[in-house]
Design a protein around this ligand. Sequence first.
Ligand code: FMN
Length: 157
Amino acid sequence: MNIGLIIHSQTGHTLSVAEKLQKKLAAAGHTVTLERLETEGEVRPGVKDVRFKSLPSVGNYDAVVFGSPVHGFALSLAMQAYLRQVPSLAGKRVACFVTQSLPFAWMGGNRALRQLKAACQAKGATVCGVGGVNWSRRSREGQIAEVVNRLSRCVPS
Ligand SMILES: Cc1cc2nc3c(=O)[nH]c(=O)nc-3n(C[C@H](O)[C@H](O)[C@H](O)COP(=O)(O)O)c2cc1C
């Protein structure tokens, strides 16, 4: 299966989870491409015109995983802007994850995941699984392993 991991990561947390997921999916025999969203300049709240250095296309992927940090109790503005311009995810299996620094999912993680899932479903995706990692928790490594396991099982149909 041809799987795209499309992630936004400012400080590397989300990227590190995506790299583990990539390794796991590749070990299972899938072709996995990790694409990191990079914006032109800083993205501040209220900025409507988010520009990207390059725009990953989802067209060639059978399945896509989206990963993003939580910013201001919401999905990062860069991921929101990226998903707005995706033409369609119809017929694709999609999984989503977020990372956040605060210790509880209700401190932004749940809301960001709801936004991410809804944005993908609005483009026609079948969302097979979601997951979150609380970076400041002692259980972080266990959470990462759990999310990587769960999403690596759900994405390939
Ligand atoms: C502008 C900004 C806003 C943030 N808001 C939240 C938040 O509302 N809740 C939370 O748990 N973490 C918040 N964080 C922390 C990040 O979500 C967390 O460190 C995340 O793992 C960073 O991922 P990255 O390294 O992939 O960018 C915020 C970070 C930044 C820079």
